[in-house]
Design a protein around this ligand. Structure first.
Ligand SMILES: [Zn+2]
Length: 463
């Protein structure tokens, strides 16, 4: 039995089912009874369950938190785990974001590749496996998550009600096999200032950044000083020398400095340009006073600067599977009373939180700056010899005709929530990812290819 042939025959159904789901604007909304993430997310879940029933699968709705389609017999099950919720569409679309229109072989819409297309590919993979009548020792489940983007409350609830899969993948990152995801921390570095500005140049405020896990693309500071014109010309010289986009406006003895950077994801700060740190680095070149506000700024200029790997902060770590620690200062809010920065550090997969926190706390010693509100996700790492990643690699190399490489990423997929799970696709090597961006699309040929890879992968896991 050739599962690929069967998937080719179901091509139009795969396309139509993806379009049906993409047309639902499944953003998290107000909770209602049985709909913990609102009506729109529930609509997508109901749609996926109905689709599964039509395909002849057993279905279960896990109280609106998740759902699944299942085939086979056996005590244990293997699974794919994708999500039906979305991030907002934002602006800048050339085709409507919820029409699932196909242009030049690409289906456009929010959720086409993240993650509705891949979820549908898994459903039709399940159909091809069922019809192939192959011997399997485990059940196979296609699980629909509904809160991946905004809170992650779906999988903990699912695990209260259901056993975990023995082997699983999430089609929600990149190919080939993501066997490592870095440990993620988000925390604040805060200080209440006792001694306010007393030098010739007084920092009134610094504000910048939108989220800890984004490279900030804008930051603004307000200073008061007698020699405003000198500050402005120093800034212009500094910006020119460093090729930063920065400007200053003078109003009496007040100078407003604007810094523009390049946004990017917090897991890859080296691909962005940090607007906050451009500004901090400049401020530290001025003759600041010996007050708390100035010292707070000088601390960050010295210990962070434009670095994205934490070397000067003393937290640099590196390993072979996942590379360097990533260091992103994502937000700042400084007034004359208090300084607050929010950081997102991701440490290598074979290291521990202590490896990073011990030197971090040492650097803070005696500065008056406190670490607060730490959020932490452990790293994830499967050795390349682990059966889970070996089986996925086998399916991948058979279908793609090339060796499956193992890669580590900055982290944050369902694989950290669900036991025995790694991320596997759906973005093919060398293809641009449009995830969370305007004009998100899925290439229709790739959608069909996904169904084939996932069919062989799920079967390999269930053998
Ligand atoms: Zn996703």
């Amino acid at each position: 039995m050739d599962m690929n042939k069967r998937i080719d025959e179901m091509r139009e159904e795969i396309i139509a089912s993806t379009q049906e789901l993409v047309k639902i604007r499944s953003l998290e909304g107000e909770p209602k009874p049985g709909m913990p993430f609102g009506e729109d997310v529930d609509k997508a879940l109901q749609c996926a369950l109905k689709m599964s029933e039509k395909l002849g699968f057993k279905t279960v709705n896990v109280d609106g938190y998740a759902g699944y389609a299942e085939i086979g017999e056996g005590e244990e099950y293997v699974a794919s785990l994708g999500h039906l919720d979305l991030v907002p569409e934002g602006d800048g679309w050339i085709h409507p974001p919820y029409a699932a229109e196909i242009h030049d072989g690409k289906m456009y819409g929010r959720g086409t590749s993240d993650d509705k297309g891949p979820v549908v590919a898994c459903l039709y993979a399940l159909k091809a496996i069922e019809e192939a009548n192959l011997p399997m020792s485990k059940r196979i489940r296609v699980i629909f998550g509904t809160n991946e983007e905004t809170g992650g409350l779906d999988i903990p609830y699912y695990l209260e009600k259901e056993k975990a899969p023995v082997l699983a993948f999430t089609p929600d990152a990149d190919f080939p096999i993501i066997n490592g995801e870095k440990g993620i921390t988000i925390f604040e570095l805060a200080q209440n200032f006792a001694v306010a500005g007393n030098g010739e140049i007084v920092i009134e405020s610094i504000v910048g950044g939108n989220a800890p896990n984004m490279v900030p693309d804008y930051c603004e500071a307000i200073l008061t000083c007698e020699k405003a014109a000198e500050v402005k010309s120093a800034l212009e010289a500094f910006a020119k020398e460093k090729s930063y986009e920065m400007s200053a406006e003078i109003e009496g003895n007040k100078v407003t400095i604007k810094s523009i950077g390049v946004s990017g994801h917090g897991s890859t700060p080296e691909l962005g340009k940090n607007a906050i740190m451009q500004l901090i680095t400049f401020l530290a070149t001025l003759e600041l006073g010996n007050d708390d506000v100035s010292n707070y700024v000088k601390f960050f200029a010295e210990k962070v600067g434009m670095e994205v790997d934490g070397k000067s902060f003393g937290v640099y770590l590196e390993d072979e599977p996942s590379g360097k620690l990533s260091f992103n200062l994502g937000q700042i809010n400084v007034t004359k009373e208090r300084g607050l920065t929010v950081l997102n550090l991701r440490y290598p997969v074979t290291k521990t939180l202590d490896d990073m926190m011990t030197p971090l706390c040492k650097t803070l010693e005696g500065t008056g700056i406190m670490m607060e509100n730490l959020k932490h996700q452990e790293p994830l790492y499967f050795e390349t010899t682990h059966p889970l990643v070996q089986k996925l690699a086998k399916a991948y190399s058979e279908q793609m005709g090339e060796e499956a490489k193992f890669v580590s990423i900055g982290g944050g997929t369902y694989a950290k929530e669900m036991p025995n799970t790694v991320a596997f696709g759906p973005t093919f090597i060398g293809q641009p990812s449009t995830v969370h961006q305007p004009n998100e699309y899925i290439d229709v040929e790739e959608l069909i290819k996904l169904a084939k890879i996932y069919a062989y992968a799920l079967y390999e896991l269930a053998k």
